[in-house]
Write a protein that binds this ligand. Sequence first.
Ligand code: GLC
Length: 739
Amino acid sequence: MIKTLKSHFETPSHLVVSSGRKKLHFVFLANKCIHIYTKECPKDLFELDEAIETMLISITNGESMTLSLGDDVACIIDKNLVFRFLRNGKEFFAPLLQEESQSGKEGYSRIRIPIEENAKIYGLGDKMAQLNKKGYVYRSWNTDDPSHQDEQFMSLYKSINYLLLRDKGVFYGLYFPSTYRYEYDLGRFDSRHADIYAEKGFLDFYFFYGETPKSITSSYSRLIGYPYFIRMKMLGNQQSRWSYENEAMVKDVFKQYKKNRLPLDYIHMDIHYMDGYRDLTIDKTRFPNVKALSTELGKGDVELVAINDAGLKLDDQYELCATCQEKGWLAKNEDGSTYVGRVWPGDSVFPSYVNPECRAYFHQKAIEFVTENGISGIWNDMNEPFSFTGELPMNLDFSFGDRKLLHEEYHNVYGETMCRCYTDVFEGFNRRPYCFTRAAMATTPKYAFAWNGDNHSLWHHLVLSIPQILSCSMSNLMFDGVDIGGFGSDCTKELLIRWCEANILMPFFRNHSSLYTRSQEPYAFDQECTDIYREYLNLRYRFVPYLYDLARKMATRGETIVRPLFFNYPDDEKTYEINDEYMVGDDVLMAPILGQGQVARAVYLPRGVWIDYFTNERIEGGRFILKEMALDETGIYIRENSIIPEFHDLLHLNKKKITDIVFHLYGEEGTYELYEDDGNSLNYKKGEYNLYRACFKDGVFTLECKRNRYRSPYQRVIVIKDGCTYEAKMEAKVEVKLS
Ligand code: GLC
């Protein structure tokens, strides 16, 4: 049979190309994204925003078909439906879509991507690895393994099917949407191929062909949903431990922090607060009155976060369990009986949170719980889902309504559906969400931010914290962090200090550690440790307005808060494998010490001039420098000709009480747009926010309020340049002469 290529548009943006009985679909979406599939996976368990692009695609037909996509990108499809993408006439992405029979792996289809030996493959969320994942094998299957973590670990808590590749001189992105398992062989067995295996034979992915890592990641984030807009307070320091076992211990943390003048915004309550590890209950012997505790702490601007586990204690006297049982919301074995696993409470059952009725029930119960107890944030755990009895059976039945749903399909999105019960529980208080999670998939950040689970107090895990958080960040988990000081094992004073320095501008900053480990609060070692930790917490609080602006851009444009150097310098190949430095926004570069006993390191500064944050030294970039750093020193470099907004002298982030806004000027000229709102409520959605334009040039600093819809508490503007401080009264337009 002679094959001929045919094509037609099903809708103006949905092109179907066929040859014989085979069909290939291209759906052209906003922001240089194309949805490509031959066999589509189900997408009803999560939400995508497939904004359609009205784009002009010119098609030339002949032996093969050419789609011209603008910006020098074209796609050529041959009569076997094999397609390849070209930029400026040069091929950069030519995947082979192989059905199960050709994939070499039973039950899986394969997307086979020829790559160059020196291709870089980034992404995949929380995998414990360096930024570039080429040469390794990974799996998307949410996994809790407390003994983790190293490159040999194929899966961790999160399954984020996003790859950012740099190959043949071009950056591009791929997102695989199925909730079923994926396996990635990123050039381990054959260094010239990246093979993506999709369970159940789906050949379905989104291709992003923007030009830079930043624009590719933003368009991916646009498709799967921007992360939610955080409260400003969430940028503050958070203290946790498994567990502060009773009220007295929580109060002691509060007191120690106060006594030591250490900034603090949240204290986390781990599982001991619960009555027999039952979710949304309180052990009244340990915590007789959480509401009163919360009120007392609240007077000192510190709030409480409570943990919540996925599995419920099996107990007919326990309302949540009894209701789920009665309504038929619990996971069932093949024979129809309720599945019983084991989590902290012992025998535990697993609700089908994806069921809208079940979700509404937990949502309501959580509202009652946070209201009665004055809880400000919800921490979702064990939601891979995990059971000590081993993997939940693949055929566990989570069906609801007419939707048949087995564990093998539900697993990776289980945690996300759990979070969806809790995202909006603070809406009634007109507060933004505080909901975070251990398990996640790509679409989760619009419901929950994340932390990266049970790391250890090991230097090696400090080293990996940077590429791990950066990989999460570029995979849309842009508000993320690890347990500062390490969760398992005993922390040392030096490790704690270096960890604090290294992660000090990471989006989520929480010191947390496991049961039976040595205390690792900032004051748990000696005075020197407390003093250094304080110095860095103070530094973090200074950067809050800058971080908050980035959080706003994260939520409105899908821009990362922290990112690898190559995001800002994509044409500088030296940045492609830098794992021990990170950028915070466009203007701040972090280069910490990550080794025991180490007191100096090489720092790569990309092109341009950089200013040492601590010494004000101007340094020409485009090279490595050697920098000595004593125990209380880290590397922070500010891009010349930039403005960093700052808060000074804060112990807590209560926006109403912040009367000074500081602008730190670096270099001879620069501009900055500052966003301001109440930092807490949902009023920004009604437009209640301010925008200011700061600028300095020719020895004059100006600040203009461009939009004034929120009653700002700012009274003073402070400007710092070259060690000199200037002050002015806050007005619609402020001008300061820099002598
Ligand atoms: C899990 C969490 C950890 C928590 C512990 C007890 O291991 O990852 O953060 O402290 O459970 O709740």
